[in-house]
Structures are given as structure tokens and as C-alpha cells.
Design a protein around this ligand. Sequence first.
Ligand SMILES: *Cc1c(COP(=O)(O)O)cnc(C)c1O
Length: 372
Amino acid sequence: MAVGWHRPTKLVIDTQAIKDNVYSEVKRMPQGTELFAVVKANGYGHGAIQTAKAAIKGGATGFCVAILDEAIELREAGITEPILILSVVDVSYIDLLLKYDLSVTVATQEWLEQAIEQLNHIERQTPLKIHIKVDTGMGRIGFTTPSAVKQIVELVQSTKSLFWEGVFTHFATADEKDTNYFEKQAQRFKEVLAVLFELPKYVHVSNSATALWHPDNVGNMIRFGIAMYGLNPSGQALPEVYPLKPALSLVSQLIQVKELSTGEGIGYGNTYTTTKNEWVGTVPIGYADGWLRHLQGFSVLVNGKECEIIGRICMDQCMIRLPEKMTVGTKVTLIGHDHGANITMQMVADQLETIHYEVACTFSERMPREYK
Ligand SMILES: *Cc1c(COP(=O)(O)O)cnc(C)c1O
């Protein structure tokens, strides 16, 4: 996709904030714990490579991604730290896992048997690094019983072409006040560990929420995602343990300003009609940028003042009601601080009836990311 470098709409990413968020966690982690920065989905929309580099400065010692291509992107950018792929990679790509020195998740016995078969055909290899995934109640991927895990460990340990690097699970409710289900999952994971005769280098259970609100339960590696970007994993349900610094802002400029008289329609479907003489500004951002149509009625900031988005949001532009005449080129802040006012990712998420994770991932490739 063409990136809109020649348009005033852009995401501004504060890499210092990312570094600070990582360091805030690193300095409170128990001794001997490592932090792997989760940079899947292009670093939750913030840019994977720049986020990864900032995370290293904050003390991250490895990375997690969701898919093989994201891992390769990091390697090609010169990242040499361990990289764990959290989801299932087709066994036909095992040569790439070895070539790029990547660690992969094992979630079923079939996969492992097929992988061993593939590895038998690859000569002079270093062993494939694997992390065994235990499904303790997320219901997504992984082994569900201690005996299944034990059997897999035995298979791995008797296979020279495999290296058992990790065992892990993932919590479904670590961001909630009610800890019952969390405790149940934690207990199940303990039962799995109890049947193993030895443990691998990494035993890990923590996403951001677990790290923040269940610090006794972190294993020896934290998979730190959303909090690194400065966003509270729980939305507003639980208070931040230390101040998280949001890394992302979204800005643009007015490209046209006009005064309309009473009774004029705005946008497709004519869903807004002026009720008096109104100053209307046009902002070059639309749903193709991830500024979705449900944001109609939400507000943006111009000179620190809230200006309502009026009429339907178009693919590439939207219109806002201005308090007074303003000049073309005036800065528009859609997310972030402006003259003491602030629009947060959470506010956008609330308007869209979703979570800020989804908002961050929805920003399209068309918007350039500027790093400071
Ligand atoms: C995405 C993901 C994480 C990171 O979660 P956050 O809530 O963003 O910290 C950790 N572990 C797994 C398995 C994930 O898929």
C-alpha cells in the first residue's frame, strides 16, 4: 500500500515512552526474570522494528510475534535477540525457522510428529527450539492435560533435532477484578509443571495484565505487550500499578475551512444538517486509514478545543464543526495531548464499543509512522 508521506495525517510514536514502559516493568521484575517484548501485528500498529529497538533500550531481552513473517521482518532488520512465534507455524516452513534461528510454539502432538519427520530430511542442522504450549483454560491452542505434556516432553527430549526451550500458558482473565478463573488456570499450570522431571530455560505465563496484577505468578519470562505501548490492559477495570505512558498520537491538519449557513447538509447520506451559521473544517483522514465510521459524533482537538465529527466519515476525509473560523493548516489532534486537553485510545475504543488493542491494530498502513 502506498504510504501517505505527502499528506499531513500521521501517527507519531514516542519511542522514549515505549522504552520507559519496558523499564518500569523490568526494574520491578523478580531477579532472574526476563522481559520479551510482544511486537506482533506490526507492534500493535506502532511499527514492529522501531518498537523492538526501543524495547531493547528499556531492557527487553527477546521478542514474541504471532506469525513467521513478523519474526523474519525483525531478523532482516538486524534484531539478534531470541524471537518466539506464539502461534502455530506450518511444518513446511521449518527450514525458515532454522535459517532465522526462531523459537516456535508446539501445540499438538501431530504437529510435533510432522516436524520431526521434516527435520529428518534436513541435514547438518542446529536443533529446532520449541516452546510447549499448555491450554489451561483459554481454549485456543495447546495441550490440555499434564499427561499429554509429559508425553510431549519425553518425545522432545529423545529427539536430537529438537531443543526444549520453553513451556508456557496464557491467561484469559488476568485483566479482571474477579480472580477465580485466573487461579484455576494458574493451578492447572502448576499441576502440569509438577509432573515434569526438569524444566526448560523459559517457563512463562505472563501477558501484561498478569505481570501487572499477578506479579507472584510470572514464571521467569514476561510476554509484555499492550502495557509497553502505554495502554492499561484492563481498559479502565483495574488501576495502573505504575504510570504507563501512551506512545501513540494521531495528528492531522485542516485542509479546508468554510462557513455554512443554516440548513446545509454534510457528508454521504446527509446525516447532519447545520442548525445555524457554522464553521466546518475538513480533515484528511477516513475509514481507509482506520478512522472508522462509528467515530461520527466523537470529537477531535483543535487548539485544545473539542470539535465534533459531523456527517458520515468518508474513506479519506471527515468533517468537523469548528468553534470559530480557523486557518487551513491548523493542527488537528485525533489522539493525544493538545493545549492541555487529551484524547486517549481508550476514549476512541469506548466510542467504537471495542478495546484499545483493536483500535491500535486497525490503523492502516496508509498512515505514516513518525518516530520521536
Ligand atoms: C498477544 C499475546 C501476549 C501479549 O498480551 P498483552 O495483553 O498485549 O500483554 C502474550 N502472550 C500471548 C500468547 C499472546 O498471544
